[in-house]
Design a protein around this ligand. Structure first.
Ligand code: B12
Ligand code: SF4
Length: 485
């Protein structure tokens, strides 16, 4: 699916006169939301074909964005490319940022860009294009005979409005413009499990400027152009936390209704929002809100995760959003280091009891390198994070399962995850027993019920994008196959 990081980097290159193209291998039926084993290779083709497609374009530079869930495929691609070509390779994104030494040690790229990439990437491309020495580019790390060169980092761009709008044409030709957009960058909080709030924030000498908000009118202008040019019908704001400043919101709402007038969804922090603002949010077109609760147990959310919110504020927020016709998804993390059975159950029970209007999503905890909680996970499990990275090269990670860091209570975590959508319908007195020991028959009935609720509920807002996407991808692949034979 559309990735804003890639679109911003491409926009910056193109505005400086360079060319950029995207080789796109959609993880059809093997992605973050829809996973049907086996169909991925059948429909997506072999990685070898992707490599041939890349090399057929005779690139001067190959760029990969790496996060924990695509690392497995990126590593494979880089190795396959290396067997056939010496084209320079640059990697960036969260995993490259947190584990730059690892990438260089394992020859997974010639250059690593740490943190925010626009300026460093453009300087690298300019240097390679004109034959200049790239060795002093800030944020750039690479290997020389004398060892790894780790250039110092530049400050975060403080005025995001200087950066050109993301280049959606890259995805347009693949039918994959999903209407993903951001009103700012960064986050004001620093939760211990989160790479954005901790790792990314530390990549620049001005961490206080990590959280930035764009001019609301520029955001609206970008959306309005995307609506006309790419026929976007629904926008997904992917900000870690959507802006909550009243003056910002009021300007945004008014301009959005006037110039865009399309539904949208956002992520919000679990903090109270004035009721009049909630009404205006709904009136402007917000149809869905995701809230990260993560846990309802104070020892977990406050002491371990470092999150400062009040449970009663979450209850009020979810109630007000729902009362205004906005669907709400509440996301929890399960299986963090030192979390007990009792705490896992308590968190789930509190969530379904006090937030009955919300769709619950439970994600298993995956340690993100470079975060304080990953260091704790390594300590309590006695594992070496270097071995996690090695595992990640061999096995993909997704949101339902962990590749490494197996929590001792993972069976209970699995049950909770399987029954998250339906447990609220079971009488309160039976919930704990069902979560601890669901009978096979019950699971057999409840799991499909949970799937239907998921599709019908909170994710309904993604359906138009997904339907169009799958239709265009399958059409494209069939077209290709028919042409080939
Ligand atoms: C939007 C988003 C999603 C969307 C993805 C939509 C999409 N395709 O983009 C959804 C909701 C689907 C999603 C899902 C997941 N996400 Co997410 N997501 C984000 C979020 C909030 C914003 C990403 C973004 O667009 N940022 C804006 C752009 C401009 O920044 P950027 O991508 O970082 O790119 C900049 C730099 O990193 C750098 N850069 C990036 N790539 C490259 C490449 C090169 C060559 C260069 C030079 C530079 C460079 O330059 C860019 C411009 O400055 C981030 C948090 C965050 N604040 O970054 C988490 C984040 C990326 N997600 C994360 C995770 C863990 C996940 C999941 C695994 C969660 C889960 N448990 O399921 C899944 C995996 C999905 C998948 N298969 O990739 C983690 C990744 C941590 C890690 N170590 O990899 C993050 C950082 C959040 C966190 N918890 O810390 N996510
Ligand atoms: S509020 Fe969300 S994005 Fe911000 S630090 Fe916490 S988990 Fe990360």
């Amino acid at each position: 699916m559309e990735a804003l990081g890639i679109e911003y980097l491409s926009a910056v290159l193109k505005s400086a006169g360079h060319q950029a193209t995207l080789v796109y291998r959609p993880a059809l039926f093997a992605n973050y939301r829809v996973r049907i084993p086996g169909l991925e290779t059948l429909l997506g083709g072999r990685l070898q074909d992707t490599v041939s497609e890349i090399l057929a374009k005779s690139p001067d530079l190959l760029a990969f964005t790496v996060n924990i869930s695509n690392m497995y495929n990126v590593v494979k691609l880089i190795r396959l490319v290396r067997q056939k070509s010496r084209v320079p390779i640059v990697v960036g994104g969260p995993m490259a940022t947190s584990s730059a030494e690892f990438f260089l040690k394992h020859d997974l790229g010639d250059f690593v860009v740490i943190g925010e990439g626009e300026d460093a990437f453009l300087e690298l491309v300019d240097a390679l294009d004109s034959g200049r020495d790239p060795s002093r580019i800030r944020n750039l790390w690479f290997k020389r005979q004398e060892g790894v060169i780790r250039n110092p980092a530049r400050p975060f761009v403080t005025d995001l409005d200087q950066i050109p709008f993301p280049d959606r044409t890259l995805y347009q030709e693949h039918g994959a413009v999903f209407g993903i957009i951001m009103a700012g960058r960064g986050c004001p909080f620093s939760c211990s499990y989160c790479f954005s709030g901790t790792g990314f924030r530390r990549t620049a000498p001005n961490p206080r400027h990590y959280y930035r908000i764009r001019d609301p009118l520029k955001v609206v202008q970008e959306a309005s152009e995307a609506k006309t040019r790419y026929k976007v019908r629904w926008f997904h704001f992917m900000d870690d936390i959507f802006p909550v400043k009243r003056s910002w919101l009021e300007t945004f709402f008014e301009a959005w209704k006037r110039d865009v007038n399309r539904p949208f969804d956002i992520y919000m922090a679990p903090i109270r929002m004035d009721r009049s603002l909630v009404r205006k949010l709904a009136d402007a077109g917000c149809r869905h809100v995701n809230i990260g609760l993560q846990s309802a147990v104070p020892r977990i959310y406050r002491d371990l995760m470092g999150r400062r919110f009040k449970l009663e504020d979450v209850v009020a927020l979810v109630r007000d959003l729902s009362a205004n016709g906005i669907t709400v998804a509440v996301e929890n993390i399960i299986g963090v280091p030192t979390e007990t059975r009792k705490e896992m159950l308590e968190s789930m029970e509190w969530t379904v009891k006090h937030l009955p209007q919300a769709f619950v999503y439970t994600y298993k905890y995956v340690p993100l390198p470079g975060t304080p909680m990953a260091a704790l996970a390594a300590r309590v499990s006695g594992q070496d994070p270097e071995t996690w990275l090695e595992t990640l090269m061999e096995q993909p990670v997704d949101y339902r399962g962990t590749t490494f860091f197996v929590h001792p209570e993972s069976d209970l975590a699995n049950n909770i995850q399987d029954l998250e959508k339906v447990i609220g319908y079971i009488p309160e007195s039976l919930r704990r027993r069902v979560l601890e020991k669901p009978s096979r028959t019950l699971k057999f009935v409840l799991k499909p019920a949970a799937l239907v609720t998921t599709l019908w509920g909170a994710n309904i807002n993604w359906l138009p994008s997904y339907l169009l996407f799958y239709e265009s991808q399958i059409g494209r692949l069939l077209g290709r196959r028919i042409k080939r034979h």
